[in-house]
Design a protein around this ligand. Structure first.
Ligand SMILES: [Zn+2]
Length: 161
C-alpha cells in the first residue's frame, strides 16, 4: 500500500483521510493534510438532538368533563313508586308516553336501562328525576356521598304526590 500523496510505502494500515472532498489512504506524515474520517463526523452530531424524545403531559380533565348526568342506581324502583303514586298501571303509563308497555315493564324489572329519550319521557310523565349530577367538583371535594343524593330523591318524591 502506497501513500496517495507522497507515494511512500505505508507500513501497516494506512490512515484513511479526506483531502478536499476525496477519501485517500495516507501515510502518518501526510494524514495531517487531510481530515481523518473517524473523527470527522459532523453529520452524525447534527442528527443527535432530533433523537430526543419530547414528552408532553396532557391534562386528564377531559375525563371529568364527560361526566354529566348519570342514571340513579334505583331508577327502576323510582319509576314504579312514582307510577303507583299516580295510580297508573304500566299500560296506562305506556300509552301516556306513547311507548310499549313491554318496554316499561323491562325497565321496572331492571332488565333494560332506559336510553336518554325514554328516560326523559319517564321523567316528564312521572314528574321525577332519574339522573344525578356527577361533577368534577363533587369528586375533588371528596364529599360525594350517595346518601345525599338519596335524600334529594326523597324530596322529589314528596313533590310528585
Ligand atoms: Zn505520505
Amino acid at each position: 500500500m502506497q501513500c496517495e500523496i507522497c507515494g511512500i510505502d505505508i507500513k501497516g494500515a494506512p490512515i484513511r483521510a479526506t483531502v478536499e472532498g476525496t477519501v485517500l489512504d495516507l501515510c502518518s506524515k501526510c494524514a495531517r493534510y487531510g481530515k481523518v474520517s473517524d473523527k470527522w463526523t459532523p453529520v452524525s452530531r447534527k442528527i443527535m438532538p432530533t433523537e430526543r424524545v419530547i414528552v408532553t403531559h396532557k391534562p386528564r380533565r377531559d375525563a371529568f368533563d364527560k361526566l354529566g348526568d348519570e342514571l340513579i342506581p334505583d331508577y327502576a324502583g323510582m319509576i314504579r313508586k312514582a307510577r303507583e303514586s299516580q295510580g297508573l298501571t304500566i299500560e296506562e303509563l305506556a300509552s301516556k308516553m306513547m311507548e310499549k308497555s313491554t318496554l316499561l315493564r323491562k325497565i321496572e324489572r331492571e332488565e333494560l336501562v332506559p336510553e336518554d329519550a325514554i328516560r326523559k319521557k319517564l321523567e316528564t310523565a312521572l314528574n321525577i328525576k332519574l339522573t344525578e349530577k356527577v361533577s368534577s367538583q363533587d369528586q375533588r371535594g371528596g364529599g360525594f356521598i350517595r346518601g345525599t343524593t338519596l335524600g334529594d330523591v326523597a324530596i322529589i318524591k314528596k313533590k310528585a304526590k
